[in-house]
Structures are given as structure tokens and as C-alpha cells.
Design a protein around this ligand. Structure first.
Ligand SMILES: [Zn+2]
Ligand SMILES: [Zn+2]
Length: 216
């Protein structure tokens, strides 16, 4: 079993995060994670910059996966959810509707995971800050199940969608602060050493999600 936190933001590209890339690596090692995926908002780390960071992670066999979290929008619907994207080699920004993003990512051989699909909006429990039931209309590759902002009702909705759509569930901390790293994780049953391995295992559904709380 290999434990990955696959939803993480650093202050290098996400202004809302106070985690430096070096802190991220240190904490992931301390939390005994086998791997992490960096998913900044609309930005993918340049591969050479990520390779520099790998020098800190490699001695501990900590695997670094490059990804991004893409915010979608359409004039008709407004926000159409956020998606963790892997396998697309450039930064995607935030200029897509959800359907356009799915087509673009699959066209490039990548995968999409609905990020916190049933996280409630700050403006009340009538709306989600996530894809909500739109996940039923899109061809996604997985759904984020464990996320710190999913309550019991959200979890129930994701579980139902996983069953109906036959999709695996992931866990990610969406950490913007060091303490949160590793609070929700994705367990991979096979060893993953690269983004390609990771994509293959998500597609194969050889994963499950776990919530670990906030260790001190
Ligand atoms: Zn998000
Ligand atoms: Zn996020």
C-alpha cells in the first residue's frame, strides 16, 4: 500500500497557500507519506523546477507528482466546479467550461478528478463550491471523496455517485497550511513512481481514499 496526498498547494504558485515547497517536502516525510501531488490553481510546475524539489524528496523515496487544479466557468452557469488534472504538460489557467476542460484533458491523454464536488458554498447550503451533480454529466476519471470540507452529507453524495458512475474515490488534504498535509489521502495498491504510473493506477481504479484527521 502506498499513501499519497494528491491535492496540495504551495506558496510558490498559489498565493492563498502559506506552505513553502521545502516545508511541503519536510512535512510529507514526517507524515510518512509515500508520495504527494502538487496541484496549484491553474498552474503546472515547470518540470525543471520540480526536479530541483525532487532532490530533497529522493533520499526519502518520496514521490512527487506534477498536476494542477483547474477552476471552470461558463457564462450560463457561472462556476462549474474545480478539477484536479494530471497528464497535461502545460498550465491550463481558468478559461474553460467543465465540458471543454474534460475534452481538452482527455484529448491530451490526461485524467480529471472532480475536486471537492460537494463542498458547500460559503454562500449557503443551496450551492456547492464544486461540480455538484454536474459530475453525472461529465466523463471524469475519479471523484474526490475525502476532503476536509466534505461533511457526512457530502460524503454520502460522493459515495452514491462513485457507485452509479463506477468511479474510484480519492482523498486529498487541499492543504494551504502545513498542519493539514496528509489529513486526507489516497491509498494506491501498486507502486507508483511517475505521473504516468499514477494516471494508469487511477484509471484502473487501484485506489481508495482515507481520512486521517489532523495529527499534531
Ligand atoms: Zn478547490
Ligand atoms: Zn485545492
Amino acid at each position: 500500500m502506498f499513501t499519497f496526498d494528491i491535492h496540495l498547494h504551495t506558496d510558490y504558485y498559489s498565493g492563498c497557500s502559506v506552505i513553502s515547497p521545502e516545508q511541503l517536502i519536510r512535512r510529507a516525510i514526517q507524515m510518512r507519506l509515500d508520495g504527494i501531488a502538487i496541484t496549484e490553481h491553474g498552474i503546472r510546475w515547470p518540470d525543471d523546477r520540480l526536479d530541483q524539489l525532487r532532490r530533497l524528496a529522493d533520499p526519502y523515496n518520496l514521490i512527487l507528482i506534477n498536476g494542477q487544479e483547474v477552476h471552470t466557468y461558463s457564462p450560463q452557469n457561472g462556476m462549474e466546479g474545480e478539477y484536479l488534472v494530471f497528464g497535461v504538460k502545460k498550465s491550463l489557467g481558468a478559461d474553460f467550461s467543465a465540458q471543454e476542460l474534460v475534452e481538452r484533458v482527455h484529448g491530451e491523454g490526461g485524467i480529471l478528478i472532480a475536486a471537492h464536488p460537494y463542498k458547500w458554498s460559503r454562500h449557503g447550503r443551496q450551492r456547492y463550491y464544486g461540480a455538484g451533480d454536474r459530475i453525472y454529466e461529465l466523463k471524469l476519471d475519479a471523484l474526490e471523496l475525502y476532503h476536509p470540507h466534505h461533511d457526512e452529507e457530502s460524503l454520502e453524495k460522493v459515495r452514491r455517485a462513485m457507485e452509479k458512475l463506477g468511479l474510484p474515490g480519492t482523498g486529498g488534504s487541499d492543504a494551504h497550511q502545513v498542519q493539514a498535509i496528509g489529513s486526507c489521502v489516497t491509498i494506491l495498491t501498486k507502486e507508483v513512481r511517475s505521473e504516468e504510473d499514477f494516471i494508469r493506477e487511477i484509471r484502473a481504479g487501484n485506489i481508495h481514499a482515507e481520512k486521517r484527521g489532523h495529527p499534531k
